[in-house]
Design a protein around this ligand. Structure first.
Ligand code: BGC
Length: 790
């Protein structure tokens, strides 16, 4: 009985059961207090509006429950002279204590039998099951699930089933809703203006909360219900104080009967609506009047739809298959296509690391997943950058430049939120310069705009937002450097992606991306002038774009100093890099501490040791710009010097190695990237999942192993898959068409679904025209891809 699998967790009174296929499940057996914080991150449930860490409902010594609501930032005024906004922790809506025969159930007090948690990636539901024996008393079985509805983003759901498996057992269940406890350094929604009130005849209650300094109001309406064997409803005892609401049930449960506790929670904020309290109460009321099973059903259907559009199947490697689904699960749960005023933080809504701040991680690492699987989410994320243009303009102006310089770390308004300093583990105060020097963010945003435009042909977006971002970022690049005596345009004192080297001149990544940004802005100006002259004159009038400005952009792009040496085919990462100390990293392998800690900051800065893909990142992003020998030479040169001190690095190395046909090396990096959260191989998953690394993992498969590229009128694929993959299957969206792709060692098959047709090119074969419903097959004949049938 105790060994019964978690798969039966919802039998009986519900239509819903956990997904049986192990390739859709991430499981955690037992309970290891030391791992609890990373489990809370990995098993978090989220829908892009609200995300909750997977803390134990009853708590434990180390539990760190936190629910984050996208865009609900606040500052901890007492902690800093210059307070930095961060996501405020909302109440732990699933807090539930359980007393069995008068004894409190706590896993860390060791009185459980068999404890399992399972993240059901397919349905977006976290399941949990265990047995508990109260002293020498009766045995009870507890089965629980929770989710953040993907169908109705304001809704959260928790369900717990209790079954006495032998004797009568006395149970005391307490469902508490209250602000999270105050802790130094934590920003939380406070109880100052809390109100608890019954919503309708004893069926629900409502809590009003607010941020301390940003004036955001948050309303939580909730209702708990306990039923016996799907029938009789037992009314709770309730108790309300100004800052907490408690519903409790005390009863003797009968052997064999199941007591099901369901909690429905609705959240609104003053960011979404004028009267969040009223909206939350009304919304809850509607849900209570309908069948709660419908809440689960619509959620499951929403996930089903998203998986149809975004699942990646790897036939031949179960571990990687799971890792990819884990990545897609968190990416799907991170975005909200309905809110274009928020973006995705480095750890999404799964943890407090990086305070919920948005970096280039979103545009460069995560966005491609949305562009090719869910364009409305991609659009909303880019619109966030459009709405934050005023702050980016202000940052540029403040530093003495023109145009738009995006914040290196951004919260709700787009103002710079990078902390000014950090305290190192040995107590040293270290200034953080990224907020004033890591300029490449502006080109990264422009790159994302262009990639979205190329993949979707979304004219409305280009005209309303995209073109303006391209122009304003180009203007920044045209103002932050200088044409010097050598006739070249130089950009001095920056930080590139490799953050071990600060204040460098002419970082190749920054300069070549800036060059590309200037070119695309000039191209967009021409496109607008030709095709949408009214919009062009309106934009140029509003932003004072002189008639000859686009030709200046083109001219500066032509003069850009790139650090490229045509003799070796290498880009110098920045001026003077080649003269730095070469350190053989192999002698430090394997190392758990970051290399800059091992070597010391100063020696690292004076060495060629690279934190993360930098020139390699440039080669990856602007692949078509470089001849094959240049791609290869730079990868070969920089790869052994890169320490992957950032989680953003291994996936890009996997993608580039795969494109270069170095599949063995690609697989090594791919596995490393796939384990960042799942095995916590960087040691910091407790702060939330590494959302950029998850996006990078998806890119490594689609852009790397499958070799997806954008053609002017369609898509290209140059597969380089490991031979042990019997098949790689995925779906990508392109300008309203969905392509279902299957790559096998010997053949590629593609089916198109949509209104139009597109060009598809496999390897060097001539492009084929693929119409809706049509399937084309290519086979490898003597090492070359050939179209076989249409
Ligand atoms: C990386 C940055 C990244 C940031 C947030 C840093 O360690 O160097 O590239 O944007 O983390 O993920």
């Amino acid at each position: 009985m105790i060994d019964s699998p978690i798969d039966t967790a919802l039998e009986g009174d519900s239509r819903f059961a956990p997904t049986a296929d192990p390739l859709w499940r991430i499981e955690e057996e037992g309970f290891n207090l030391a791992r609890e914080h990373e489990i809370e991150s990995l098993f978090a449930v989220s829908n892009g509006y609200v995300g909750s860490r997977a803390s134990l409902a009853e708590g434990s010594l180390l539990s760190n429950p936190a629910t984050f609501i996208a865009g609900v930032f606040d500052t901890n005024a007492s902690a800093h002279d210059d307070p930095i906004p961060e996501l405020a922790a909302a109440p732990d809506w699933m807090q539930l204590s359980l007393l069995v025969n008068g004894r409190e159930f706590r896993l860390d007090q060791g009185s459980y039998v068999r404890h399992r948690r399972m993240m059901d990636l397919r349905q977006g539901i976290l399941w949990r099951e265990f047995h508990y024996r109260a002293g020498d008393g009766g045995l009870i079985r507890v089965r629980a699930c929770r989710f953040a509805s993907l169908a109705d983003r304001h809704v959260l759901f928790q369900s717990v089933r209790l079954t006495a498996e032998d004797h009568y057992v006395n149970i005391h269940l307490r469902a508490v809703t209250e602000p999270v406890v105050e802790r130094p350094g934590r920003v939380r929604l406070t109880a100052e203006s809390c109100r608890c009130r019954e919503i309708a005849t004893n069926r629900g209650y409502q809590l009003g909360l607010c941020t301390r300094t940003t004036g955001i109001k948050v309303a939580i309406a909730a209702a708990g219900r306990l039923r016996i064997d799907g029938g009789e409803v037992i009314a709770p005892q309730t108790e309300s104080t100004p800052d907490r609401h408690v519903e409790s049930w005390e009863l003797d449960i009968e052997a064999g009967k199941t007591y099901r506790f369901d909690r429905l929670v609705v959240i609104y904020t003053s960011r979404d609506v004028d009267r969040p309290g009223v909206m939350a109460a009304e919304h809850l009321q509607r849900l209570l009047n309908s069948d709660p099973e419908e809440v689960i059903a619509t959620h499951a259907r929403a996930w089903e739809k998203r998986w149809r559009e975004s699942d990646v199947e790897i036939d031949g490697d179960g571990a990687l298959q799971k890792a990819l689904r884990f990545a897609c699960y968190h990416l799907i749960g991170a975005a909200n296509p309905e809110d274009e005023r928020v973006s995705i933080g480095a750890r999404a809504l799964t943890g407090e690391a990086y305070k919920g701040h948005v970096f280039w991680d979103t545009e460069i690492f995560m966005l491609p997943f949305y562009i090719f699987t869910d364009p409305p989410s991609a659009r909303a994320l880019l619109m966030y950058r459009h709405h934050t243009l005023p702050a980016a303009r202000e940052k540029a102006r403040h530093l003495g430049y023109r145009g738009a310089l995006y914040a290196w770390e951004s919260a709700d308004t787009g103002e710079e939120t990078t902390p000014g300093y950090a305290v190192t583990p040995d107590g040293e105060i270290k200034p953080i310069l990224n907020g004033v020097l890591e300029h490449h963010i502006s080109a990264d945003v422009a790159y994302a705009v262009w990639q979205y435009w190329q993949a979707t042909a979304d004219e409305t977006f280009l005209l309303q937002a995209g073109a303006e971002i391209l122009f304003e970022t180009a203007r920044f690049w045209a103002s932050c450097g200088r044409v010097e005596a050598d006739g070249h345009y130089h950009i001095r004192e920056v930080i590139g992606p490799d953050e071990y080297h600060e204040g460098v001149d002419d970082n190749a990544f920054t300069n070549v991306m800036a060059q590309w940004n200037l070119e695309r802005a000039a191209e967009t100006a021409r496109l607008l002038a030709e095709q949408w002259p009214d919009r062009w004159s309106e934009l140029s009038r509003r932003h004072d774009v002189a008639e000859d400005e686009p030709s200046t952009w083109r001219d500066l792009a032509g003069r850009m100093y790139t650090g490229f040496d045509s003799r070796t085919g290498l880009f110098e990462q920045f001026q003077g890099y080649f003269g730095l100390e070469d350190i053989d990293l192999a002698q430090y392998a394997p190392h758990t501490l970051p290399i800059d800690v091992l070597l010391g900051r100063e020696r690292t800065q004076l060495s060629k040791v690279v934190k993360q893909a930098d020139v390699v990142m440039l080669i990856y992003l602007l692949w078509d710009r470089f001849p094959p020998e240049v791609r290869k030479a730079n990868f070969r040169y920089y790869e052994p010097r890169t320490t992957h001190g950032s989680s953003l690095s291994p996936s890009i190395h996997a993608a580039v190695a795969a494109r270069l046909g170095d599949v063995k090396n690609a697989m090594r990096y791919f596995r490393q990237a796939s384990e960042i959260d799942l095995t916590n191989n960087m040691g910091n998953a407790a702060g939330g999942v590494h959302a950029a690394a998850l996006g990078g993992l998806w890119q490594a498969v689609i852009f790397g192993f499958a070799g997806l590229s954008l053609l002017p009128d369609g898509l290209g694929f140059t597969p380089h898959c490991p031979t042990e993959w019997r098949a790689l299957r995925f779906t990508v969206a392109w300008r309203g068409i969905r392509l279902h792709v299957e790559i096998r060692p010997e053949a590629v098959e593609i089916v198109a679904e949509g209104e139009k047709s597109l060009a598809v090119q496999i390897g060097g074969a001539p492009p084929a025209r693929l119409a809706s419903g049509q399937r084309i097959r290519w086979e490898q004949v003597k090492g070359a891809w050939k179209e076989i049938s249409s």
